[in-house]
Design a protein around this ligand. Structure first.
Ligand SMILES: NC(=O)c1ccc[n+]([C@@H]2O[C@H](COP(=O)([O-])OP(=O)(O)OC[C@H]3O[C@@H](n4cnc5c(N)ncnc54)[C@H](OP(=O)(O)O)[C@@H]3O)[C@@H](O)[C@H]2O)c1
Length: 93
């Protein structure tokens, strides 16, 4: 998507407010990492958006209370994109 692309992480995003936020960001051209604890529901939510034409949404598992997974997500973002522009924490805790 080139250098002008912005990169976002949305937590609590396999349903509810988080899911809708991912859709809006993706529609604005932002590359979005949809995250949630439940991998199956996260993959399904991502696949639904991909099928709707939002190829700029990917899934990564995240429990905001698990430091190990947070670190793994940070490494993923660093490796894949090199930076993060937007972080939206929409999970309950
Ligand atoms: N709906 C409303 O009208 C409304 C209004 C004001 C405020 N809020 C607040 O906004 C937040 C989201 O509301 P919602 O209605 O969208 O809730 P929701 O539909 O229950 O969705 C919650 C999301 O958070 C994820 N999640 C839960 N615990 C998590 C954790 N420890 N780490 C990462 N992800 C986690 C869930 O997926 P997994 O279980 O797979 O992780 C799910 O994707 C809540 O705090 C709610 O109190 C909601």
């Amino acid at each position: 998507m080139g250098d002008a692309c912005r990169y976002a992480v949305v937590t609590g995003a396999n349903k509810g407010i988080g899911f809708e936020t991912v859709k809006q960001l993706a529609n604005s051209g932002v590359m979005v990492v949809l995250t949630a604890r439940n991998e199956k529901r996260g993959m399904e939510a991502t696949s639904l958006l991909n099928k709707q034409g939002f190829s700029n949404v990917v899934f990564h598992q995240l429990d905001v209370q698990d430091a190990r997974i947070i670190e793994s997500l940070a490494k993923f973002i660093q490796t894949q994109y090199g930076r993060l522009d937007i972080l939206l924490r929409l999970s309950p805790d």
